[in-house]
Design a protein around this ligand. Structure first.
Ligand code: MTE
Length: 323
């Protein structure tokens, strides 16, 4: 099987990854090559292949500038939004370990010709994994650069054969209150399970990733283990975590944040410095790690820097109306 890596092929992974993390990755590869290879077998192969010559589907970071900007692993995994475990940024890292992620089943249905289920083993052994270094911009105006491990969502969807009437894709997160203290909290405002959606052409876009890892390791629970969406040109709330259900639909699906506060969170949620959130500006962002003394402020880019790849999806649409 061909394995692809998204970053500049002339740069070895060891050069772009902090050494401690790279060593962890080696440990991960070693750990995965044992008998527990059911779930991790392909990761092993794919991660190992990251050091080999690669074939790029297309260039999204032509000058390789993102490689020097990666957000440290500790920041990516300790400053999170995962409301199922609480609303404080530190809650997911403290509490998400209570979520059992193995066994894990994802049901794929709705307007598809071949509905079915995927088990974690199928995911790990059935898809070519790639490393992609993406910008990630939260609607709250903080941002990161993350080396994800995953595969295009399009590859998964094609296996279930979306039918001609399908126009949208709906995603749902696991809802297991016994393991998710945030869902039991009296301050919880979301109508669980957490739901998100994309237009089918957005879902099929080659940038849209199903991530199973980051920094060369399997996803930590707080980042959406075992499988989450990453849509790099949209605000982070579209990138739904710990997915258990995917449905192709004819109508635009209801999504958690849009349902909760439609004037603040749109269905499209494309990163757009020209359209402010009603309560704050979107012109600038704080690149993590950020502090009062070192805010790390930077201008926000249209479509989070992926305009060239995705603007065509929205031709003729008023992006102020469809925010
Ligand atoms: N998915 C679920 N199920 N629950 C959540 O609360 N938060 C979203 C998104 N996916 C969220 C979720 C938001 S608001 C953001 S910014 C990103 O996850 C954060 O991803 P990270 O914690 O990996 O940085």
């Amino acid at each position: 099987m061909t394995k692809r890596i998204y970053t500049d092929p002339s740069i070895a992974s060891s050069e772009i990854t902090p050494e401690s993390v790279f060593l962890n990755r080696r440990a991960f590869i070693r750990a995965s090559s044992g008998t527990a290879a059911t779930a991790l077998g392909l990761s092993t192969a794919a991660l190992a292949s990251a050091a080999e010559p690669v074939e790029l589907s297309y260039q999204t970071d032509p000058d390789g500038s993102l490689r020097g900007e990666q957000t440290p692993y500790d920041a990516v995994t300790s400053y999170n939004n995962f409301y199922e475990f609480g609303t404080d940024k530190s809650d997911p890292a403290r509490h998400a370990h209570s979520m059992a992620t193995d066994p894990w089943t994802i049901r794929v249905g709705g307007l598809v010709d071949q509905p079915g289920e995927l088990h974690l083993e199928d995911v790990m052994s059935g898809f070519d994994l790639e490393e992609r270094i993406y910008r990630f911009r939260c609607v709250e105006a903080w941002s990161m650069v993350v080396p994800w491990i995953g595969f295009p969502l399009a590859t998964l969807l094609k296996r279930f054969a979306p039918s001609a009437e399908g126009r949208f894709v709906e995603f749902k997160t696991l809802y297991r209150p016994g393991e998710m203290r945030g869902t039991r909290s009296f301050t919880s405002v979301i109508d669980w399970p957490y739901r998100e959606g994309l237009r089918l052409d957005e879902a099929m876009h080659p940038l849209t990733l199903m991530a199973v890892g980051l920094y060369g390791k399997t996803l930590p629970n707080q980042n959406g283990a075992p499988l989450r969406l990453v849509v790099p040109w949209k605000y982070g709330f579209k990138s739904i975590k710990s997915i258990v259900e995917i449905n192709v639909t004819a109508e635009q699906p209801e999504t958690s944040w849009q349902t909760l506060q439609p004037s603040e969170y749109g269905f499209y949620a494309n990163v757009n410095p020209e359209v402010d959130h009603p309560r704050w500006s979107q012109r600038f962002e704080r690149k993590l790690p950020s502090s009062i003394f070192k805010p790390n402020r930077a201008p926000t880019l249209p479509f989070n820097g992926y305009r060239e790849q995705v603007a065509g999806l929205y031709e003729g649409m008023d992006l102020r109306q469809f925010y």
